[in-house]
Design a protein around this ligand. Structure first.
Ligand code: CIR
Length: 256
């Protein structure tokens, strides 16, 4: 099996990105491009074949490709992002994913951002957030239930997406910010709390036995390393100004 990482080029208009919890600050486009390049190199160094989709003009947030689709083993679900400005991103991603998977879709009035979907084994935890609504989560649940996958809704309020608050760093081991999401929801898993001085540190991208992770959270990196995890640090400081993180810049899946 090959591991594919689909990414999307950074849009020159990223300075006009959507922002929910952060104030707007200037993004250095050249630096952001270099950081995005380094992120893609990190994916390649871990054995991923990267497929890069061009970014059409006008789609300021298109680099955050995770929010447009959920790729599962047998099919992919094209999502319907919670903000209208991001919905035109979906079509270009669908064109690429249809080469690998049968496509299903979330329809209006449902909305789901991929950042709200945390898959752990046969469960998808779905964040009910400013971006993902009951209708979207219900549709997703109906789509995946035929394939033995269960959807559990998790309320989020203090952060953009569920995966801002919790992500998987090893099979059955979750990195969590317990101030942003209830630990009791994930009681059956091994939990690693982030360092409390690094509120945004719970988003990690697991690629097999390795974890791509922002270099801006050194205290939490120490914690992960002490647990024996192999952390591959990437500097994403410019994309973090756009409320981006490591999971949101790729769609990762296996293909023969
Ligand atoms: C947005 O607000 O939609 C973008 N500026 C950031 C999206 C980040 N997506 C993610 O973490 N899945």
């Amino acid at each position: 099996m090959r591991t594919i990482a689909v990414t999307r080029e950074l849009n020159a208009g990223i300075g006009n990105c959507e922002l929910t919890f952060l104030p707007r600050s200037e993004i250095d486009f050249g630096r952001a491009q270099q950081q995005h390049q380094d992120y893609q190199s990190a994916l390649a160094s871990l054995g991923c074949e990267t497929v890069v989709i061009p970014a059409p003009s006008g789609l300021a947030d298109s680099v955050f490709i995770e929010d447009t689709a959920l790729v599962l083993d047998d099919f992919a679900v094209m999502l319907r992002p919670g903000v209208a400005s991001r919905r035109p991103e979906v079509a270009g991603v669908a064109e690429v994913l249809r080469q690998y998977r049968l496509l299903k879709a979330i329809e209006a009035p449902g909305t789901v951002d991929g950042g709200d979907l945390l898959r752990v084994g046969s469960t998808i935890f779905a964040g009910l957030s400013t971006r993902s609504n009951q209708s979207g989560i219900r549709q997703l649940s109906n789509i995946v239930s035929d394939y033995g996958i269960t959807v559990e809704t998790v309320e989020t309020a203090k952060c953009l997406h569920l995966k801002s608050a919790v992500s998987e760093v090893a099979p059955g081991t979750l990195l969590i910010n317990p101030d942003w999401v209830s630990s009791s929801t994930f009681a059956k898993f091994e939990l690693i709390p982030i360092d409390e001085k690094e509120a945004h540190a719970a988003n990690a991208l697991r690629i097999g036995a390795d974890v791509i992770y922002p270099s801006s959270f050194p205290r939490t990196i120490d914690k992960l390393a002490r647990r024996g995890l192999n952390v591959v640090p990437v500097d994403l400081s410019e994309l973090q100004k756009a409320e981006g993180a490591v999971t949101c810049c790729s769609l990762i899946f296996s293909t023969p």
